[in-house]
Design a protein around this ligand. Structure first.
Ligand code: IDP
Ligand code: MG
Length: 143
């Protein structure tokens, strides 16, 4: 299987609830390697730019308010089949519908406040990674 990269974001509810360490532990235990990591509070316009593809949805305003409400922790992750594998680890968008044992199922509270983001394709992952990190900040083969 091909080694891929994906972009994860520990969302403001994850930081607020003190779950950053717990969630990173689960990500590393699942075999993902950290290539880049930082803390960042998104401005409203940055959140709107990151989620621009969702601008037409009625819940867009709520999403932007939430994502700019506090610090988040974006990170670039590497693993075989990283995109699909990470989506499986985090579970469905709605925590109530997510499989048992997934990060969203265990820690999410609603479809909006669902703890963590994962890219939906390798292309999105690259675009989203470059939103938060410059090329030289993304380090291959680290742990
Ligand atoms: P994903 O994060 O599982 O890929 P998307 O459909 O790409 O889900 O939506 C992006 C984010 O927008 C979700 O993670 C969630 O925070 C928020 N969102 C999606 N659907 C809803 C909804 O129906 N109500 C409120 N927020 C939503
Ligand atoms: Mg998505």
């Amino acid at each position: 299987m091909a080694v891929e990269r994906t972009l994860a974001i520990l969302k403001p509810d994850c930081v607020e609830k003190g779950l950053v360490g717990e969630v990173i532990r689960r990500i590393q235990d699942a075999g993902f390697t950290l290539c880049a990591l930082r803390m960042k509070r998104l401005s409203v316009s940055e959140a709107e730019a990151f989620y621009a593809v969702h601008a037409k949805h009625p819940w867009f305003g709520k999403l932007i308010h939430f994502m700019s409400s506090g610090a988040c922790v974006p990170m670039v992750l590497e693993k075989d089949n990283a995109v699909a594998s990470f989506r499986k680890l985090i579970g469905a968008t709605d925590p109530a519908m997510a499989e048992d044992g997934t990060i969203r199922r265990e820690f999410g509270t609603s479809k909006g406040e669902n703890i963590i983001h994962g890219s939906d394709s390798v292309g999105s992952g690259r675009r989203e990674s470059l939103f938060f990190f410059s090329e030289c900040e993304i380090i291959a083969n680290s742990a």
